[in-house]
Design a protein around this ligand. Structure first.
Ligand code: FES
Length: 105
């Protein structure tokens, strides 16, 4: 069986910790809605099999979440909100140019 080959693969942290945990979590900052928006927009573009968005566990960047990483470039985005997703999809996923204002520094 051939290995799958995605042009880009997006991982969105949807880890949730219990309320009051000092580390916080991406889910409590709205990452499930961010994941849903990635999936919705990519599905709309009909790129099944070429580009994939997946929910991920903790990416170890909790204080900077909602955390998102895009491969193969390994570009990390932090504090991603639902309203940012279309810009990442259009400019980076399809245009190949990372969205600098959202990159983790
Ligand atoms: S909880 Fe999302 S990076 Fe750790």
């Amino acid at each position: 069986m051939a290995e799958p080959h995605f042009e880009r693969h997006v991982f969105i942290c949807v880890n949730r910790r219990e309320p009051g945990n000092p580390k916080g979590s991406c889910a409590e900052k709205g990452s499930e809605a961010v994941r849903d928006e990635f999936k919705r927009l990519l599905h709309e573009r009909g790129i099944k099999g070429r580009i994939r968005a997946n929910a991920a566990g903790c990416l170890d960047q909790c204080s900077r979440g909602v955390s998102v990483v895009v491969y193969p470039e390994q570009v990390w985005y932090g504090r991603v909100a639902v309203g940012d997703v279309s810009e990442i999809v259009e400019r980076h996923i399809f245009g190949g140019v990372p969205v600098e204002r959202l990159r983790m520094k």
